[in-house]
Design a protein around this ligand. Sequence first.
Ligand SMILES: Nc1ncnc2c1ncn2[C@@H]1O[C@H](COP(=O)(O)OP(=O)(O)O)[C@@H](O)[C@H]1O
Ligand SMILES: [Mg+2]
Length: 364
Amino acid sequence: MDLQAHRFLSYFEPLQRSQLIDLAALEEFTDQKIIFEEGEIPDSLYLVLVGQVVFSKRTLLNGYQEVAIAEVNDFFGESGVLDGQPRSTRATATAGTTLAKIPRDRLMEILDSVNGKVVLDLFRHIVQHLRFTTDRYVNLIVHREKMSLVGEMVNTIVHDFRSPFTGIQLSSSMLKELYPEDEEVQEWCDLIQAQIARMLGMADEVLAFAKGNAQLDKQPVGILDLIHRYQKLNGIYISSAQVEFVVAGDNPIVQVDENKLLRVFQNLIGNAIEAVGSQDGRVEINVQTLEDQVEIQIKDNGPGIPLHLQANLFEPFVTYGKRGGTGLGTAIAKSIIDAHKGNISFTSSAQQGTTFRILLPRES
Ligand SMILES: Nc1ncnc2c1ncn2[C@@H]1O[C@H](COP(=O)(O)OP(=O)(O)O)[C@@H](O)[C@H]1O
Ligand SMILES: [Mg+2]
């Protein structure tokens, strides 16, 4: 958007508005570029003209927790500018973000000269924003607490479920062997086994979620090798789904927790295969080595992720349109990628299908 039309400027009278426009320095940021760090002494206020800025706070486990987002027409950094205290969050740009940066000292001079109404309007906006962000943060913490309780409970239940499942699976294998010539027995037993496999898969998904990802067992792993391993482990599933399955790209060696990353592929590729259906369904995995990151794309030509899910897709228990969905697949994938200090995002539409994009740091 145009700087002149930005909401922040609308609070001011024409004279100060043009002073502010003169002061503002436009700056472009690349993806993941840090605009300011938590704890830094504030020197500017920022207006978002293009793109998005993500605010995150350092967590106990040395990770970062996203707490808010600023979009086009928002401004940020005002609390620090007003009280001079260190920044309470880190601000990171997304791809192609343009900001107008207004230096603190000059802004304070202008604020000193404006009439009370300007300050009051500005103040009102800031308080509203603060309230919104605090609510969001508190909800997040409460949600986490709940999840860890649910996780513990589920863990116990699922463990107890596994042994009867395994019992049924074994018995149906025995039945198949006892009646090799009886087509009907073979068919029913296959059905039992497929359903049990599905339930075990769901149980695994829930268990993986309950376990969390606080600890990683990292080793050097070739990413393409790992995808081939996934393919081998899931050969029967992939071929019975009758989708075109393409794997391409390089084989960068990255320090990762192999089993956890395998689970990410399991969840995302599983979703893709479920989404495309067997008519002309195509799932494509591509690995690229970038400068200091590795990019893994999982692309399908399915119907796209329903719009109403997209904003909360990575939240646990978000599921739609499938029987036996746990709604944990993408939540687990995100927590594993986060634990690797990587990034996961997606684009999705009815025309283009869905592409998940995973970035992992090459050195860690
Ligand atoms: N590749 C995809 N194409 C279309 N829809 C998808 C895709 N991936 C995920 N979804 C949608 O997002 C929901 C959440 O996925 P997920 O977190 O794996 O949970 P689950 O698969 O157990 O429902 C799915 O129920 C589905 O509706
Ligand atoms: Mg899933």
